[in-house]
Structure formats: structure tokens, C-alpha cells
Design a protein around this ligand. Structure first.
Ligand code: FUB
Length: 603
């Protein structure tokens, strides 16, 4: 029996005892499929990417072999992107994939991590690099960036472009990184651990201040903050502030008191979409503790004078930012809460959900069905007998709005698409995919998507998933469209465009007949560069009464050649007089790089 299975049983027993409505189910910790630790969140292109360590099941030490990455646009539904980097990435490392931090610069992501150097037996800081926030990362320099036996790297890039790498336990160090982010100028410098700077600890002559490990340095309104794990064991989270990135630091007190069943804690702080968020870890999952930790998040508001309020751990977590669109393809591994399931690498790209047994479930929070869904489609595979996906609202035992039968497909990675009717799914609800069937493992799910009637949230775009070749697609301006099979976001086909001669040229669809004046539309298009790192967005050209105007349907985001970027946004569309033309198209801010487009929707 796996730990996940024990968790599933423990959770369902607790639910039965408490008899509490499952709709009120906690959303902290963020990840339920594995134990995660040492959160390191960053914001990139409108999403939060959360990098974590991975505590192995049943660990009795910090047994950690890989790092993991999750992302979210709404702070409650988190997509599992798997492992972007592991110990084998660093040929010179032997163990201890401990607390890391990712920094973005010049189109690349740099992942700084502490690992044990095989040849010296000491902890050293390695640096991975990738073109994509979800990896894969490769060893950037083939050796430790810096090594002094200490841990927990954290990078801060100041407004003047100078990057600083901080790390340390028991001391606190920094070094000035060069613009390449993989070398440094000057030597490692110790930040004086004074009691004025980091608080006084009693009864430990070798550690006279509260600073323990895990520095997290950032700047807000001209003040530099260092939020750190304090006074092991158990640790609490404290913080200091300074007028500059290297000090002098002044201790400001407690951010998060000792609590949560793990003797370590580890902070990550970001601002996202107008809110401030504090990430930490605890032992809250069944089987959890000091070596089987879980990452969680709380939203907070700075005090008017810039100080950080005391933040306590909760099981509810942060409130949702916006809603989830059930009418675009959603990865099955996009999860607010799950019970019993695990994730694994899929042959169709990304991850799929697996190890599904009777009674397991996935919750996604705040699915905006609008005027109503009419059908549900899922990508499924089963080497066993298959089973059923029950679509329930607001609770694992909530109203059933549809049931999809999953057949045997002859293999756990032999994928087929199933569709079933849906009725009664209107407005915004927490959606539960409850899995049912016989005994043993039932089936896998790769992705799912609802469809709606006209005006009820259905996709205005034809063949948005590109599985029907180039049907429905045209070119805005110049370029050549092809149906691609080698590089796809989902399914087995995408749209490719080459030969663009202007930045505004791109794959397009005519939606003149589908638009309603004054309505708000949510657009989502997955795009990938065939060359370069262009900035791309989705635009709507509206022609009414002989005049053409342009509506930006999504914010611009930087593309890469190594991964897919979701362009998504909500915009109001209105015009005066008679609409004679409406074309949705993908364009770039500059240049004529060739692109791939897949899984497009507008509703
Ligand atoms: O996860 C291993 C170690 O535990 C980290 O490097 C520390 O920050 C503590 O959380």
C-alpha cells in the first residue's frame, strides 16, 4: 500500500467521522499526491510557478532526490509539471536535493540548489538553467557555483540589475552574481549575524542569533526584507529589514510562529495579481512530519508601515483569484485537492493522473460554467477494465451533472477520448471528478474539457485543438499554415505557421457570426516559438461601419522554443453600428518567428 493510498483512506475516514460538508474541504497543503518541502515561488507571465523539494515517502531523514514544479493562475488550482531537475542533473552531486530557488533573467530560468559534492562530501551550491519555467534544467556550469558546506541558496536581482546570491546555515553569506547568473565577482562575503540584525538566541553559544537557514530576500517600497527560518528546532519564521541588499539588517520579529508538525519551516514570499502571498511547509498531510513535509500558502496584507503581520497556518489557504474555465482543456493534474490519486509522466506530453481507484477524486475549485455545460470530454487510458468519471458539484457526494464511462483501452498509456452529456452545470461551482469502478487500479486521465450550448460557454473557435488539421484556421496577413504532428500541446496535432512577413501575421479564425455585442470573452491559446523568444498575444480585429479596431484579448507573454506558453485573458468586446468582420489572431510584438498554436478557445 502506498503512502498516497494511506492518505486517501485516512482522509475519507476523517471525513466520515467529522460528517462535515466536503465542499468545505481544505485546500492547504497545496499538493496531496506527494510530500513537498522548501517552497520557492516566482511569478512569470501571469502565473505563479512553485518550485519545491520532494520528501520521499516514509523518510526518516531529509531523503530528497529531485525537485518538483507546480503552477497556478488562481492560487488554488495547481498544475503539476513533474520534476524539472534531479540529483542526476549534477554529475558531481551525490545526495541531498535540498532547498533551491529559481531566478529569471534574459529569457532563461536559473535554478540554484544545495547538493552534496561527491568528491568533497560537503554541501555546495549548483545552478541549473532552462528556457522554460517547467524545465528540464541542465547543469549550467558542470561544477559547483560556490562551495563552503552551507545550504539554502536564494537569489535577488536589484533594480540596478545587480544579482545577489544569498545562502547559509549556520552563517549567512552573499556573493554578487555576474549578469550571466552563473559566475560571480568578488568572493563570498559573510553578513554579520548580530543580535540587532537577527535577534538574540539564548542557550546556544555557537548560534547567538535567531538566524538558522533559508534566507528569502526581496525589496518592497525601497526596503529590503530577509525572511528566514529561525532558531531550530522547531523553527519559526522571522524577518529582518535593511536599507540595502547587504544590510545593515534590523531584526523585525516573527512572521509565522512555530506550528504545523514539522521541526523545519521554510519561507517564500511573492506578490501576485494585487495580493501578497506567504508560502511555507508543515507536516499536515497524513503521515506527515519533519521529514515528510507539505507546502502550503496564505494570503496576507502588509501593515501600513511595511511590517509583516503574524501569519498562521490554515487548512483553507489562499482565496481563489478569478475562476477556472472548464471550457478550455484542463490538465487532469490541475488540482485544488485530491484523494487517492498520483501523477506520472504521460506519453502524450506533460503528466497524467494515475493510480485511480474506486472512490478517489479530484477537486478543481471555482469552475465557471456560466449559462450551462452540455457535454464533458476526457482523454483516458486503461490497461484494466476502465470505470466511470462522475461529475459532481460542490462536494465529492454532491449533485451528479454527468457520468462518463471509461473503456478498457489495452494500456495505461493507450489513450482514447470519451464524451458524455452534462446537464445542470450552470454558474460557478467546485467541480469534483469522482472516480468509480471495480477493484484495483481503474484508468488514467490526461485532460478534460466541457462544452456548452451557444452563449453557454461553448468554444467560438472551430477545431481549436487542431486535431482536425488546419480546418477552420486561416492566416492574418502572410504565412503558411500546416498541420503539425511532431510538436503538440495536447492530442496529436497542432497548427504551425511559417513564412510570416510582419509581426502582426499569425494563425487566425473568423468569428464574425459568433460574437455578441457588449459581451466579455475569455480566450486561451497555447503557443510555442519555432525560433527565437518572441513576445506573443492574441488580438481581435473588429470591422464595423467601415472602421477596424483592435481588441487585445490576452496580455503578451514571452514564448520559447522548448515549451508551450498559455496566452489567456478576458476582454469585453463591443462595437458601434454593423459588424462586418471579426478575426481572432495570434501575433508577436516584433519579428517574424515561426510559431506553433494549439488548444485555442474563446468563449
Ligand atoms: O529540505 C532540506 C532542508 O530542510 C532545507 O534545505 C532547509 O531549509 C530545511 O527546510
Amino acid at each position: 500500500m502506498t503512502t498516497r493510498r494511506i492518505i486517501a483512506i485516512a482522509v475519507s475516514v476523517l471525513c466520515a467521522i467529522a460528517l462535515s460538508p466536503v465542499a468545505a474541504r481544505a485546500d492547504n497543503p497545496i499538493v496531496q499526491t506527494i510530500y513537498t518541502a522548501d517552497p520557492a515561488p516566482i511569478v512569470h507571465n501571469g502565473r505563479v510557478y512553485l518550485y519545491t523539494g520532494h520528501d520521499e515517502d516514509g523518510s526518516t531523514y531529509f531523503t530528497m532526490r529531485e525537485w518538483r514544479v507546480y503552477s497556478s493562475a488562481d492560487m488554488v488550482n495547481w498544475t503539476d509539471h513533474g520534476s524539472p531537475m534531479n540529483l542526476a542533473t549534477f554529475s558531481w552531486a551525490s545526495a541531498d536535493a535540498w532547498a533551491g530557488h529559481v531566478a529569471y533573467r534574459n529569457g532563461r530560468f536559473y535554478y540554484y540548489v544545495p547538493v552534496k559534492n561527491r568528491s568533497t562530501g560537503r554541501m555546495a551550491i549548483g545552478v541549473g538553467v532552462s528556457d522554460s519555467p517547467t524545465g528540464p534544467f541542465r547543469d549550467a556550469i558542470g561544477r559547483p557555483l560556490v562551495e563552503n558546506g552551507e545550504i539554502d541558496p536564494n537569489v535577488f536581482i536589484d533594480d540596478d540589475g545587480q544579482a545577489y546570491l544569498y545562502w547559509g546555515n549556520p552563517n549567512l553569506w552573499y556573493v554578487r552574481l555576474n549578469a550571466d547568473m552563473t559566475s560571480f565577482s568578488g568572493g563570498p562575503t559573510q553578513i554579520p549575524l548580530t543580535t540587532a540584525g537577527f535577534g538574540a538566541r539564548s542557550g546556544n553559544a555557537s548560534r547567538p542569533t535567531l538566524y538558522e537557514e533559508g534566507p528569502w530576500v526581496y525589496k518592497r517600497n525601497g526596503t529590503y526584507y530577509n525572511v528566514f527560518a529561525a532558531e531550530c528546532c522547531s523553527e519559526f519564521i522571522g524577518y529582518s529589514t535593511a536599507p540595502g541588499p547587504t544590510g545593515p539588517w534590523t531584526y523585525r520579529g516573527t512572521v509565522m510562529p512555530r506550528q504545523g508538525g514539522s521541526f523545519t519551516n521554510h519561507a517564500g514570499v511573492i506578490d501576485f495579481n494585487g495580493g501578497s502571498y506567504f508560502f511555507y511547509h508543515n507536516g499536515a498531510l497524513p503521515g506527515g512530519g519533519g521529514y515528510t513535509r507539505s507546502v502550503a500558502v496564505e494570503r496576507f496584507t502588509y501593515n501600513a508601515n511595511g511590517t509583516i503581520p503574524t501569519i498562521n497556518m490554515t487548512t483553507t489557504g489562499a482565496p481563489q483569484v478569478g475562476t477556472l474555465n472548464p471550457y478550455v482543456r484542463q490538465e487532469a493534474e490541475t488540482i485544488a485537492w485530491s484523494s487517492g490519486i498520483e501523477t506520472e509522466v504521460s506519453t502524450e506530453g506533460g503528466l497524467n493522473v494515475g493510480w485511480i481507484e474506486n472512490g478517489d477524486h479530484i477537486k478543481v475549485k471555482g469552475a465557471a460554467f456560466g449559462a450551462g455545460a452540455t457535454s464533458f470530454t476526457a482523454r483516458v487510458a486503461s490497461a484494466a477494465a476502465g470505470g466511470r468519471i462522475e461529475l459532481r458539484l460542490d462536494g465529492v457526494n454532491g449533485t451528479v451533472v454527468g457520468t462518463c464511462t471509461v473503456p478498457a483501452t489495452g494500456g495505461w498509456q493507450t489513450w482514447t477520448t470519451v464524451t458524455c452529456p452534462v446537464s445542470g452545470a450552470t454558474g460557478t461551482h467546485d467541480l469534483y471528478l469522482r472516480f468509480a469502478g471495480g477493484s484495483g487500479t481503474l484508468f488514467n486521465v490526461n485532460w478534460w474539457q466541457f462544452a456548452g450550448s451557444t452563449g453557454g460557454g461553448g468554444n467560438l473557435l472551430t477545431n481549436g485543438d487542431a486535431e482536425g488539421g488546419t480546418t477552420g484556421w486561416g492566416v492574418f496577413g502572410s504565412g503558411t499554415l500546416t498541420s503539425q504532428t511532431g510538436t503538440v500541446h495536447g492530442g496529436s496535432r497542432s497548427i504551425g505557421i511559417t513564412g510570416r512577413t510582419a509581426s502582426w501575421n499569425g494563425p487566425s479564425q473568423n468569428v464574425t457570426a459568433q460574437l455578441s455585442n457588449g459581451r466579455s470573452y475569455t480566450t486561451s491559446v497555447w503557443v510555442r516559438a519555432q525560433s527565437g523568444t518572441p513576445s506573443a498575444k492574441v488580438t481581435l480585429a473588429l470591422t464595423a461601419n467601415g472602421t477596424t479596431s483592435y481588441v487585445q484579448l490576452t496580455p503578451a507573454a514571452t514564448l520559447s522554443t522548448s515549451g508551450w506558453t498559455q496566452l489567456t485573458g478576458t476582454a469585453s468586446v463591443s462595437w458601434s453600428g454593423t459588424l462586418t468582420g471579426a478575426t481572432v489572431y495570434v501575433e508577436t510584438a516584433a519579428g517574424t518567428d515561426s510559431l506553433f498554436v494549439d488548444d485555442a478557445s474563446m468563449q
